[in-house]
Design a protein around this ligand. Structure first.
Ligand code: SAM
Length: 284
């Protein structure tokens, strides 16, 4: 059932948006540099562990995890997006890294209970039925296995997305009101809701930790504007607009993004949840 109801996400991540994401992976990794460091420290993969990277996209974190677990460990990435997996496979090949990639839906894939760590960088907010999805992911974990992932807090707290969207709002086509829990980047904005989802899915000792940081949208305003029109809510809302309309948006959001200029680039605030949990043991 979960698989059927994720069909919209399968279409989305295999369509133009998935292609855009795949082509921008190096830049996205640059944006997410600080978050990735914090997440790796939080998830703490150890030598010889077996790790599952959920919604692994272009494989960045799968390759980092591969280095951490060393020659006696193993890493598997799972994703529904063929264009992103093609990037992941090419990068693993170039790095001569032994990582297995599965094209599949993490909410329905029939996993063996072999992983010590189920990990994700922003790949778990897209499930139509999150409780069922995490119950299935739990099936991938060995006894004493753990889950660790990062997701966004609210749209407003994430100025990297909210500020350019607000700056362009009057130039966008009318937007449907969004169900705040619908699959999408901000579906897990309410930390207590995520805790409840994980507990219902059979996880225990759930930790939901807020972390404030920044993302790096690029060296200068032009790069940041291009990024805002490539990924995130503004990119989704502006996807169908013609060049003239996009030019107006570029002009409107340039001064907005210029406010976040630092010597390191355009670095607006980002607000994330770091979440981990353990498999609930049967005698608990
Ligand atoms: C925001 S991207 C993050 C990609 C990658 N983790 C990164 O940080 O670069 C979300 C990813 O989750 C994947 N995804 C969405 N729903 C999924 C599902 N049900 N099973 C597996 N992957 C899924 C998408 O295809 C996409 O690659």
């Amino acid at each position: 059932m979960s698989q059927a109801s994720n069909a919209q996400q399968v279409e989305y991540w295999n369509g133009p948006a998935g292609e855009r994401w795949a082509a921008a992976q190096d830049r996205i990794d640059h944006h997410l540099g600080l978050i990735t460091e914090v997440l790796m420290a939080f998830a703490a993969p150890k030598p010889a562990e077996r790790v599952l990277d959920i919604g692994c996209g272009g494989g960045t974190t799968a390759l980092l995890l591969r280095e951490r677990v060393g020659p006696h460990g193993a890493v598997t990435g799972i994703d529904i997006s063929a264009p992103n997996l093609a990037v992941a496979q090419a990068r693993a090949h170039a790095a001569m890294a032994d990582v297995a990639f599965i094209e599949g839906d993490a909410s329905a894939y029939e996993f063996q209970p072999m992983f010590n760590l189920a990990f994700s960088r922003f790949g778990v907010m897209f499930f139509a039925d999150p409780v069922a999805a995490f119950a299935n992911i739990r099936e991938a974990l060995a006894p004493n296995g753990r889950l660790a992932f990062v997701c966004w807090r609210t749209f407003k707290e994430n100025e990297w997305a909210f500020a350019p969207y607000s700056g362009a709002r009057d130039l966008l086509p009318p937007q449907e009101p969004m169900d705040p829990h619908a699959p999408g980047p901000f579906a897990f904005a309410e930390g207590e809701r995520v805790r409840s989802i994980l507990e219902q899915a059979g996880f225990a000792d759930v930790v939901v930790k807020p972390h404030d940081t920044t993302v790096n949208l690029g060296a200068g305003v032009d790069d940041a504007v291009t990024e805002a029109l490539t990924i995130g809510p503004l990119a989704r809302a502006a996807a169908e607009l013609d060049e003239a309309a996009r030019r107006k948006i570029r002009e409107a959001i340039s001064p907005v993004l210029a406010r976040y200029a630092t010597p390191y680039g355009i670095t607006p605030p980002a607000a994330i949840w770091l979440i981990n949990a353990k498999v609930q043991q049967q005698n608990q």
